[in-house]
Design a protein around this ligand. Structure first.
Ligand SMILES: NC(=O)c1ccc[n+]([C@@H]2O[C@H](COP(=O)([O-])OP(=O)(O)OC[C@H]3O[C@@H](n4cnc5c(N)ncnc54)[C@H](OP(=O)(O)O)[C@@H]3O)[C@@H](O)[C@H]2O)c1
Length: 290
């Protein structure tokens, strides 16, 4: 089986490298060709145009930013002609509505479609320890399980197309809300003269604790948001997606709208390409401005 890997950014590159490491024949495409160099050096075939990769593969993995990128790479007039008979595995974070629309377009072009968004970041992508959530039917899940095991020890079948995309958004809403809540409590404790070690000791021993707090604490204390695995701009995109979908199903989204404003401020402070824990700077900034 030959795999076409489209989109070798922060996540796509290590994921494609895992397939090569497992001796799976691979042809890769990326809009910015320079990012393909490590794959070329490791023996991957390189495609100049996405359709060249799609045409020679049995299975096409997409790890692209968003739906416009997917349309541009997969569903442009020329590329979509190559889809017939191929399985498309969409692994980026998009909305359930978009995922179902892409499924319709792929099926209309004679292909099969599943979604397989991931939780975890670059370190987990490198070691194959992502949490992969699969949306598709049971047969599709079973057929693609061995391939997906290169990214995760236990890819989980969530349900039909749309359900895995929805679950991924539900989890990313937690990333934003928990990080903003932690940054607010940390800032408040600091400004009230509470020792940070005592704050963290008590938090760690309580039911309120989440491991992400300790992961992000050093960045927040040092104000160092460089070399991100997951940049603020992507979290912003996911929160916009969540708000749109949650509004459609009639949920009260006021708490997350507040978090979105804070993320907007973070972006305005030029932290769009920085680690999303820069939310801390926007929260302190807000306090300082009062
Ligand atoms: N980073 C994480 O920790 C993480 C974790 C879980 C899920 N995700 C999700 O996974 C997806 C990829 O994330 P990433 O961190 O790998 O992002 P990234 O480093 O920004 O890579 C995005 C990829 O999409 C391509 N792309 C963007 N717009 C395009 C367009 N209009 N036409 C063609 N190609 C386009 C980029 O090409 P260029 O190289 O030419 O820009 C690149 O290959 C996103 O949906 C993200 O939300 C990320």
């Amino acid at each position: 089986m030959k795999v076409a890997f489209l989109g070798t950014g922060l996540m796509g590159l290590p994921m494609a490298q895992r397939l090569l490491g497992a001796n799976i024949p691979l042809i890769a495409y990326n809009r910015t060709p320079e990012k393909l160099e490590p794959l070329k050096a490791a023996g991957a075939e390189i495609a100049i145009k996405p359709r060249q990769a799609i045409a020679v593969a049995d299975c096409v993995i997409l790890m692209l930013t968003n739906t416009p990128a997917i349309y541009s790479v997969l569903l442009s007039d020329r590329a979509s002609h190559s889809i017939a008979g191929r399985t498309i595995i969409q692994m980026g974070t998009i909305t359930p509505t978009e995922s179902k629309e892409i499924q319709d377009a792929v099926v209309a072009a004679g292909g099969e479609y599943i979604e397989a968004p991931v939780l975890g970041s670059v370190p987990e992508a490198k070691t194959g320890e992502l949490i992969v959530m699969v949306g598709g039917n049971q047969l599709q899940y079973e057929r693609n399980l061995e391939l997906l095991k290169n990214f995760s020890p236990n890819p989980i079948h969530v349900g039909a197309v749309g359900t895995a995309a929805a679950l991924k958004l539900a989890l990313n809403q937690l990333i934003a809300s928990q990080t903003a809540a932690f940054a607010l409590s940390l800032s408040f404790a600091q400004l009230q003269g509470v020792n940070v070690d005592i704050f963290m000791d008590i938090l760690r021993s309580s039911a309120l604790y989440a491991p992400t707090f300790d992961k992000k604490l050093p960045r927040m204390l040092d104000g160092d948001y460089s070399h991100p695995n997951f940049p603020t701009k992507h979290l912003m995109k996911d929160i916009e997606f969540f708000l749109e979908e949650a509004k459609n199903v009639g949920l009260n989204i006021k708490s997350l709208e507040g978090v979105r404003e804070i993320i907007e401020t973070t972006m305005k402070m030029s932290f769009g390409n920085s680690d999303y824990s820069a939310i801390f700077a926007a929260i302190n900034h807000t306090l300082e401005g009062k």
